[in-house]
Design a protein around this ligand. Structure first.
Ligand code: ADE
Length: 274
């Protein structure tokens, strides 16, 4: 039976969706994750929940220990990971309150630790040149899309996000440029989570929860309080999506998908023959 990891982003720190929750402290070779994980079941499927910014939301995007977070879920035996992430919209038709299932991401972060293979852990030797395309697991992405459809949640099936370093929001010049690139979203945590999941060979897909129009759209420009306000109004959508999606994920045999990704991850590591 599949075990599902869930990474809750801003506004979904402690979503209370698990039956019989048990809190587990985890340490990893890459340090401590953002918080203890919470384990329990959803629709009879075992799940491990982790709050990306900590359950008190006191870790800013650039300080999230993404490696420890992914390793923590890996060490608790999760087979697939679904995540949520609050995002600004860069396109008129992607409205606050909508969901979007990204198919790629443009990395504008600076200096985040984005590989397990940097020589800091002797059990992860070599250099890992992981393929960044496809960024998200398509089979898992399709489960999220079909679940959103079934639950009648307004959503967009494709689009890419620009992941900025933060914690500040974009300038208008930046926002206009990102928009002109054709990006649908701007956000601070899409990277390097998806890449680290690929290095571990774990199918991973994320759900963007659109909270604002960033600042390209003069009249609506983003503030921290506007993000949290829209999020609070829409958090039930994310919970519904996750609960229903976990039920669907539990019905699927993931073994071939996992084998494919684990093989790809293993073959991406270059180790000197001597
Ligand atoms: N998260 C939510 N809204 C955002 C925005 N406009 N820019 C970056 N990250 C965000």
């Amino acid at each position: 039976m599949v075990k599902v990891g869930i990474i809750g982003g801003s506004g979904l720190e402690d979503p209370n969706i698990l039956l019989d929750p048990v809190t587990v402290a985890v340490d990893t070779p890459y340090g401590k994750p953002s918080d203890d994980v919470v384990e329990g079941t959803i629709n009879g499927v075992e799940c491990v929940l982790l709050a990306r910014h900590g359950r008190k939301h006191d870790i800013m995007p650039g300080n999230v220990n993404f490696r420890a977070n992914l390793w923590a879920l890996y060490s608790r035996g999760v087979d697939v990971i679904i995540a949520s992430t609050a995002c600004g919209s860069l396109q008129e038709n992607v409205e606050p309150g909508h969901l979007l299932f990204p198919d790629s991401v443009f990395d504008r972060t600076t200096g985040r630790q984005s590989t397990f293979f940097d020589g800091s852990y002797d059990q992860a030797p070599g250099v890992c040149h992981i393929q960044a395309h496809p960024t998200y697991n398509e089979k898992l992405r399709q489960v999220l899309i079909s679940t959103a459809e079934r639950c009648q949640l307004v959503h967009h099936r494709t689009g890419f996000g620009v992941c900025i370093e933060g914690p500040r929001f974009s300038t208008k010049a930046e926002s206009m440029v990102f928009k002109s690139w054709g990006a649908s979203l701007v956000n601070m945590t899409m990277m390097p989570e998806c890449i680290l999941a690929k290095e571990l060979g774990i199918p991973y897909a994320t759900t963007a929860l659109v909270t604002d129009y960033d600042c390209w759209k003069e009249e609506d420009h983003v503030t921290a309080s506007s993000v949290m306000k829209v999020f609070a109004a829409n958090v039930e959508k994310a919970k519904t999506l996750f609960v229903e999606a976990v039920g669907e994920i539990g019905k699927i045999d993931w073994s071939a998908e996992i084998l494919k990704l684990k093989t790809e991850a293993r073959e991406s590591v270059m180790i000197s023959p001597d």
